[in-house]
Design a protein around this ligand. Sequence first.
Ligand code: AR6
Length: 179
Amino acid sequence: MGSDRLIRPVGEGRVALLRADITTLTVDAIVNAANQSLAGGGGVDGAIHRAAGPELMRELRERYERCPTGSAVITGGGRLPARYVIHAVGPRWRDGNHGEPELLAQAYRSGFTLASEHSCTTLAAPSISTGIYGFPIDLAAPIAMGAAAAALEAPGTSLREITFALFSDVDLEVFARTL
Ligand code: AR6
């Protein structure tokens, strides 16, 4: 990973911010911004499936039927450098009055919990829901980083480093302000 990361220590670990294509990162697990039917799609989901190869979809089909908003499932990483992909489903933004913030926090929490259950130390996540699902990123950033900090502080967690892989300079700036 690059040396231009922004880092904040939390508990025994740290939260890092990096402008990167998440599919290139060598970490124990990457988080995917998936949909409830685990059917693949555009955005980071499409990029992850393309980079991982067909094994990812095969494993999803074999092991899971669907994944409700706010929850997550795990597969191997296929051809990715990451060992696992954690497919987390964030909410589609409506108007903010349909539980979107709590559902977004739940999606991150579910993903981080799965990572720890699989003894992951390093994990990278995209900014879930802030692309095709339209969640305003200035509202999403504190939720994402709050969930990451809580996961790193959870007693007994295996997690030591959570990197947010932001896809644009603007997204990185918004997260950096919150950091
Ligand atoms: N690495 C890191 N971040 C990325 C990458 C990448 N390679 N590609 C895009 N992003 P989105 P959502 C950023 O739309 O809003 C799919 O069709 C992107 O700039 O990928 O949760 C799924 O199947 C944005 O900041 O996910 C679902 O149907 C962030 O990732 C739906 O989209 C998330 O944008 C989920 O929508």
